[in-house]
Design a protein around this ligand. Structure first.
Ligand SMILES: [Zn+2]
Length: 269
């Protein structure tokens, strides 16, 4: 694979931190398909600007993994028939298109909605290796703050969103993530082609986001919001009669002091 070592390592790290439960979801602006190739499951990633290894049907709207990078960009026709079947069992008559956005295109609705739902539920959003200049996706991480979540930005250069973040780290993302994995005690394996759905030996992989998937996440979001509101209400109106309650149960913790770091060494120390 022609993948820069650093970039490749970063993607494998995403896979690990999700498998191990440290991260819940990835929102990617990359179109290189590396998240897909790492073996990350569809339910954990939104690819808001498309993916050069996926194709989407113009009729049934299902998406499929391509064995090779598609030959077009800008959501153009690939002249490949859809692999899907209709409800009546007949072959879909749709044609597959590439999924890579051009400047004038709207972001894919489902990918954007999932990004927003997950960011609104997040305790922490970490923005890695992005200048956060492309709207509207640059606003998504800050949804976390609506529910008392925090935002961390790690980028080599300053970004226009730095002042809104709780922590800013100007360094190489690879260095940060490798250091983080060291602290967490996570060993990083090498690329595993068996997990890669673009591997020629794999069956055609469905890469669609279905309405049922969206409904599940909407439901989780609703329950999370209710639970947070309930906790907030309990915090505001503690029961003075309760003798079994810990004296710290209703303590409101102040957010820790906002810090801005210019070097990863400051964190490791
Ligand atoms: Zn189709």
């Amino acid at each position: 694979m022609l993948i820069k070592e650093g970039h490749y390592l970063l993607i494998i790290i995403f896979l690990y931190i999700i498998v191990l439960g440290y991260a819940k979801y990835v929102v990617s602006q990359n179109i290189d398909g590396l998240h897909l190739k790492s073996g990350l499951l569809r339910q954990y990633v939104s690819e808001v600007h498309g993916n050069m290894f996926t194709m989407k049907c113009n009729k049934c709207k299902r998406s499929y993994v391509s064995k090779t990078a598609v030959k077009t960009v800008g959501q153009r026709c690939l002249n490949i028939k859809c692999f899907g079947k209709n409800k009546n069992g007949h072959q879909c008559r749709g044609i597959l298109y590439d999924t890579i956005l051009d400047w004038e295109h709207q972001l894919p609705i489902e990918e954007l909605e999932l990004s927003e739902l997950h960011s609104k539920m997040a305790d922490l959003c970490i923005c890695l290796g992005t200048s956060l200049q492309i709207q509207p996706i640059n606003l998504v991480p800050f949804n976390a703050k609506k529910n008392k979540g925090k935002v961390v930005i790690c980028n080599l250069q300053k970004t226009n969103c730095d002042r809104k973040a709780d922590l800013v780290i100007h360094t190489y993302v690879d260095d940060l993530m490798m250091s983080l994995m060291k602290i967490l005690g996570v060993d990083i394996d090498k690329y595993d082609e068996i997990k890669d759905p673009t591997n020629i030996n794999h069956e055609i992989t469905d890469w669609s986001i279905y309405e049922t998937d969206l409904k599940k996440v909407r439901e989780i979001k609703r329950n999370t919001t209710k639970s947070k509101k309930r906790k907030k209400s309990e915090t505001k109106f503690p029961n003075p009669e309760s003798e079994t309650e810990s004296p710290h149960t209703n303590q409101i913790l102040k957010p820790s002091k906002i810090s801005k770091l210019n070097n990863i060494d400051n964190i490791i120390k």
